[in-house]
Design a protein around this ligand. Structure first.
Ligand SMILES: Cc1cc2nc3c(=O)[nH]c(=O)nc-3n(C[C@H](O)[C@H](O)[C@H](O)COP(=O)(O)O)c2cc1C
Length: 408
């Protein structure tokens, strides 16, 4: 179980001065070497989708109601049968131990302390059982079929034994996106992690001695303990090749359903057709997601496709969204447009890179405060009251939605 965060730890990393997620991002940029920061911050190709992901929230405007008084706002939400205190979950982010040795365990602990759920990536450097033990909140597991069906079935069995609540099956990664920053920085070489592989990074590392010491001391860093092959846990360096041999298809959902009784969520849905396929496959939920702009570039921002997807599924499964959430008002806008809750990605990962668990806790605290303030300013007491009437979207979104309903 990670140690509780001390006050001095918070002060040392100047967290109270971080007023928003962008401030945490800047602290993260100073604290980790460029190769690591770019892996966290970057997107695919020209990063068009990456930029649009957060800019799109600025195009949605609020319609507040004034002179409404209430002492407290109710942020509670029930998602996939989990009772959460917050309308955001911590989504799957791989390789978190590269940002901070606390990695998933620190993030899971912070999530549990604030009453929300943690979703651990297949590409975690921590055993899923250890992260599970680190949080008193619910935990879910994101599944790639990497290592083949046998390896996936073993991971699913471990999930069941560890008390994992739901599986999030990611469908948008038949091949890794072209993340140009990672190629230029040669992150693959860093991930090989032997004495000669870190030599080219020394000039970056000497300016980040604290990060370097923790990186060198962290023995488990470069393995994926939840992908167990006959030869042992998969090495990080082998992941991208293995990913291409492990494409998830809708047929796979059938056998996953047979070996997993709990809720299944399809992550990476960007069209209403795929949302309807997810219903047919027996999913309990979907995440409208473009993988944080790290896969197909120039795909629409998730907020833009959310209303049509929410309309198409018509309550037959739970709709979540991720991508570009940097403020609590973004969370509120997504709920107004049809999401039950959202997943955070970089928002909490910047916090982790900035200051370990204290940084994750600060990210959650910032967004929680934002959501409460936004609801009060909107004149709305609880999340359940939010709907489309609290926001105005660009007229072209409405026109396109009308046209698609009329099939023109
Ligand atoms: C560094 C990094 C690693 C990620 N690793 C995974 C992963 O292993 N599995 C997965 O389904 N999504 C992964 N994602 C995508 C996130 O779950 C989420 O969809 C995305 O970060 C949301 O966008 P945001 O970062 O703008 O909030 C990763 C994202 C980042 C930034």
């Amino acid at each position: 179980m990670p140690k509780p965060i001390t006050r001095s730890e918070r002060r040392r990393v100047a967290l109270p001065k971080a007023l928003n997620i962008s401030d945490l991002r800047q602290i993260a940029e100073r604290r980790v070497p460029r190769v690591v920061f770019d892996y966290l911050d970057g997107g695919a190709d020209a990063e068009v989708t990456l930029g649009e992901a957060w800019r799109v929230y600025d195009r949605v405007m609020f319609r507040p109601q004034g002179a409404v008084a209430f002492p407290e706002c109710d942020l509670r939400v029930r998602v996939l049968g989990m009772d959460l205190e917050l309308p955001f979950l911590l989504g799957p982010v791989g390789s978190t131990r590269l940002f901070h040795p606390g990695g998933d365990m620190a993030a899971a602990h912070a999530a549990g302390e604030t009453g929300t759920a943690y979703i651990q990536s297949t590409f975690s450097g921590h055993r899923l059982e250890d992260s599970r033990a680190a949080t008193r909140g619910p935990m879910c597991y994101q599944l790639y079929l990497i290592g083949g069906r046998t390896a996936a079935e073993k991971a699913i069995e471990r999930c069941r034994n560890a008390g994992i609540h739901a599986l999030f099956v990611t469908i948008d990664t038949p091949v890794s996106g072209m993340r140009e920053r990672d190629f230029r920085n040669n992150i693959k070489q860093l991930l090989a992690r032997n004495a000669s592989s870190i030599a080219p990074f020394l000039s970056q590392f000497v300016t980040h001695p604290r990060w370097l010491l923790s990186y060198l001391a962290d023995g488990g860093l470069m393995q994926c303990p939840n992908i167990v092959l006959p030869s042992g846990p998969m090495k990080y360096a082998d992941v991208s090749v293995a990913l291409e041999q492990s494409v998830v298809t809708w047929e796979d959902l059938h056998w996953i359903r047979e070996v997993w009784d709990g809720p299944i969520v399809i992550k990476g849905v960007m069209t209403s057709d795929d949302a309807l396929r997810a219903i047919d496959a027996g999913a309990a939920g979907i995440v409208v997601s473009n993988h944080g702009g790290r896969q197909l570039d120039c795909v629409l921002p998730t907020l833009r496709v959310l209303p049509e997807i929410a309309r198409a599924v018509n309550g037959q499964l739970e709709v979540m969204l991720d991508g570009g959430i940097r403020r609590g008002s973004d969370v509120v806008k997504a709920i107004c447009l049809g999401a039950k809750a959202v997943l955070l990605g970089r928002a909490y990962a910047y916090g982790l890179a900035a200051a370990g668990e204290a940084g994750v806790a600060r990210a959650i605290e910032i967004l929680r405060g934002d959501v409460i303030r936004t609801l009060k300013l909107l004149g709305v007491r609880s999340l359940t009251e939010l709907n489309h009437s609290h926001v105005e979207v660009p007229w072209v979104w409405e026109a396109e939605a009308r046209a698609s309903r009329l099939n023109v």
